[in-house]
Design a protein around this ligand. Structure first.
Ligand SMILES: [Zn+2]
Length: 536
C-alpha cells in the first residue's frame, strides 16, 4: 500500500517542530516539572502584544455577524502597530494575525479582496521557519483554491438548508500500485450519479470521475481543501457544493483502466474502486462489501504483501526525562520501554514480514520532535507512542488512547500539557496556531487505529483485571504525534499515579498483557487495511 504524501519532509518538519517547542518554551512552558506541578502564579505579566493577541483570540472565537466587521478592522490597526516591532517574534506574529483577520473579514463579507490580502500575507510569512511560518504555509495551501475558485465550489454553505439532507462525514483512501479505493462516508442513505470526464487540455483539467450526491451537504466536514492522494492512479479528491441540492465529489486521475462506484450500508458510504492500467485481475467479489467482519481466512499468511510494512513503536520519555513518577517512585520511562519492547516482539512473532522500529531500545533520551521524524524517515505505516498516565487525583485510573486533534475537554488538555511538557495555556495556544496542521493529519486512519487499540487493550486487560476503567478514545495536540505522516496514536496504558495501577505497571505480567492488547488492536487495523486494499 502506498503512503499519501504530505507537504513536509522530515528535516523541514524537524526544524518546524523545533520552533514550535521553542515557541512553547517562550510562552511559559516548563519542561522539567512533571506530575507535581506547583500551582501557577496567579498574575502573569503580559506584554502589550500578548495582551492584544489574547484579547483578539477570545473575541475571534465568540460568534459574529457582519455587524462586527468594523471591530475586526479595528484589530487590524492594532496589530499593524506591531508590524515593525524590533522584537522579531512580535513583528511576524502581528502580520500573521492581520492575515487571519482579513480571512475572517472575507468570511463575514464574502468580499474577495480580503481573501487576496490574507493570501498575500500568508505567502510572505510562509518563508519563515517558525510556527507562524509553518501555519502560514498551510494557510497558503488551503487558500489557493479559494483565491482561484474551482467549478465545484459554487454555492456558499450558508445558502443551503440543512434539514433532511445527508452529510459527508469524511473520505478515506487506500491503494496499491494497480488499484485505488476511495470511500466516501455519509450519515445516511444517499442517491448518487457517477460519470467519467475526459481530460481538458485547454482548461488544464485531468481526466476525472465525478460523483454527484443528491440532497447532500458537507456541513459535518471542517475543511473543504482538496485531499491530496498522489498514488499511481488518483492525484487528488475535491469536494464542493455544486448546487444547493447536489454535493459534488471529483476524483482527479493520473491514469486508470476502469472504475466502479457502489453504495454500501453500515456505515453508509460510497465505495469507489479504480483500477490502474496495469491492474491484473478484477477485485474479488467480496471486495465491495467491506462490512468489517473479518474471518480467520482473512488472516494473512507470510507470503502475502501487507499494506502495513513498517511500524514504529515509540517508548515515551527516557534518560533524564523520567516522564511521570508514580507510586513508590516507579518511573514512566521504564514502564514504556518494557511495554514497547514486548509489543515489538509480539508483532514480529505474529507478522514476521512487518518491520518493527523502536525510537529507543534503552534508557536514552529523544526529543519529542525526533520521534515522529524517525517514523517519517523510515516511511513507517503506523506510529504508536506508549505512555503511562498521571493525575494529581490519586484515584484517577483507567486506560485511554489519543490521536492528534484539538483537545476537546479539560482533562485531555491536562494530559497533553504533561506529555508536551507545557502549560495548559500553551495547549490552547498551539491549538490555535497549528489548526491547519492538525486538521490535515491522518484523522480518519488515526481515529480508527486509536479505537481499535483502545477496544482490544481494554478487553485484553479485563480478562484478568475486571475493574479496569475504559476512558475511551480522546484527542489532543500532542507534539509527539504532530507531523507524523502516517496514522499515529498515543496510548496511556494505566495511571502510574494510582497506587493500584502503579503496582500493575510494575508487574511484568500486566506489561505483557498491555503489549498483547495493543497488538490485538494493531492486528485488527492491519487486517482491515489489508482487506480494503485488496493487495493480493
Ligand atoms: Zn508520557
Amino acid at each position: 500500500m502506498q503512503k499519501r504524501k504530505y507537504g513536509m519532509n522530515s528535516s523541514k518538519l524537524k526544524i518546524s517542530v523545533f520552533f514550535i517547542i521553542a515557541f512553547m518554551l517562550f510562552v511559559g512552558a516548563n519542561p522539567h516539572k512533571k506530575v507535581k506541578k506547583p500551582k501557577r502564579a496567579k498574575k502573569v505579566v503580559l506584554t502589550p502584544f500578548q495582551k492584544l493577541k489574547k484579547e483578539y483570540l477570545v473575541y475571534k472565537n465568540s460568534s459574529h455577524t457582519n455587524k462586527d466587521v468594523e471591530v475586526f478592522k479595528g484589530y487590524i490597526l492594532k496589530f499593524e502597530k506591531f508590524n515593525n516591532s524590533n522584537k522579531e517574534e512580535e513583528a511576524l506574529q502581528s502580520k500573521y494575525y492581520v492575515a487571519d483577520i482579513n480571512e475572517k473579514l472575507f468570511e463575514l463579507t464574502q468580499d474577495k479582496s480580503y481573501l487576496n490580502k490574507a493570501f498575500e500575507i500568508y505567502l510572505r510569512l510562509s518563508k519563515y521557519l517558525d510556527s507562524y511560518g509553518l501555519a502560514s504555509q498551510k494557510k497558503v495551501e488551503l487558500l489557493k483554491n479559494k483565491v482561484n475558485p474551482q467549478e465545484e465550489q459554487l454555492v456558499s454553505q450558508n445558502d443551503i438548508p440543512k434539514a433532511n439532507k445527508i452529510s459527508l462525514l469524511g473520505i478515506n483512501h487506500s491503494a496499491n500500485t494497480s488499484f485505488s479505493q476511495v470511500v466516501i462516508e455519509l450519515d445516511g442513505e444517499g442517491v448518487f450519479e457517477d460519470r467519467y470526464l475526459k481530460a481538458e487540455a485547454e482548461n488544464s483539467k485531468p481526466e476525472r470521475i465525478v460523483i454527484d450526491l443528491k440532497n447532500a451537504t458537507y456541513s459535518n466536514v471542517k475543511q473543504l481543501e482538496p485531499l491530496i492522494i498522489q498514488d499511481d492512479i488518483i492525484d487528488r479528491v475535491r469536494v464542493g457544493q455544486f448546487s444547493p441540492e447536489i454535493l459534488r465529489i471529483v476524483l482527479d486521475l493520473k491514469q486508470f483502466s476502469r472504475y466502479e462506484a457502489v453504495f454500501a450500508k453500515e456505515p453508509y458510504r460510497i465505495i469507489v474502486n479504480i483500477y490502474g492500467k496495469n491492474a491484473v485481475s478484477p477485485a474479488p467479489k467480496g471486495a465491495l462489501k467491506t462490512d468489517g467482519e473479518l474471518t480467520k481466512k482473512d488472516v494473512v499468511s507470510n507470503n502475502v504483501k501487507l499494506p502495513v510494512k513498517l511500524i514504529v513503536i515509540d517508548m515515551g520519555h527516557g534518560a533524564h526525562d523520567p516522564g511521570a513518577i508514580g507510586y513508590k517512585g516507579l518511573k514512566e520511562k521504564d514502564v514504556t520501554l518494557d511495554i514497547g519492547l514486548k509489543l515489538g516482539e509480539i508483532i514480529k512473532k505474529n507478522f514476521p514480514q512487518i518491520e518493527v522500529v523502536h525510537t529507543r531500545k534503552d534508557d536514552t533520551f529523544l526529543k519529542l520532535e525526533e520521534r515522529a521524524a524517525v517514523a517519517n524517515s523510515k516511511k513507517a505505516d503506523l506510529f504508536i507512542s506508549i505512555h503511562a498516565n498521571a493525575s494529581k487525583n490519586k484515584d484517577a485510573h483507567g486506560i485511554e488512547t489519543y490521536f492528534l486533534n484539538f483537545a476537546k475537554e479539560e482533562r485531555a488538555k491536562e494530559v497533553v500539557a504533561r506529555e508536551n511538557a507545557s502549560s495548559i495555556e500553551g495547549v490552547d495556544e498551539v491549538q490555535e496556531i497549528l489548526k491547519d496542521l492538525i486538521v490535515s493529519s491522518k484523522y480518519n486512519e488515526s481515529s480508527m487505529l486509536a479505537a481499535m487499540i483502545q477496544k482490544n487493550l481494554v478487553n485484553r486487560i479485563r480478562l484478568e483485571y475486571k475493574d479496569v476503567a475504559d476512558l475511551g478514545v480522546k484527542q489532543g495536540p500532542f507534539y509527539v504525534l504532530l507531523g507524523a505522516a502516517m496514522p499515529s496514536v498515543l496510548v496511556e496504558t494505566a495511571f502510574i499515579s494510582n497506587p493500584n495501577e502503579a503496582m500493575r505497571l510494575a508487574d511484568d505480567n500486566y506489561r505483557y498483557k498491555v503489549a498483547e492488547g495493543i497488538f490485538e488492536g494493531v492486528k485488527e487495523y492491519i487486517l482491515k487495511a489489508n482487506y480494503a486494499s485488496l493487495s493480493k
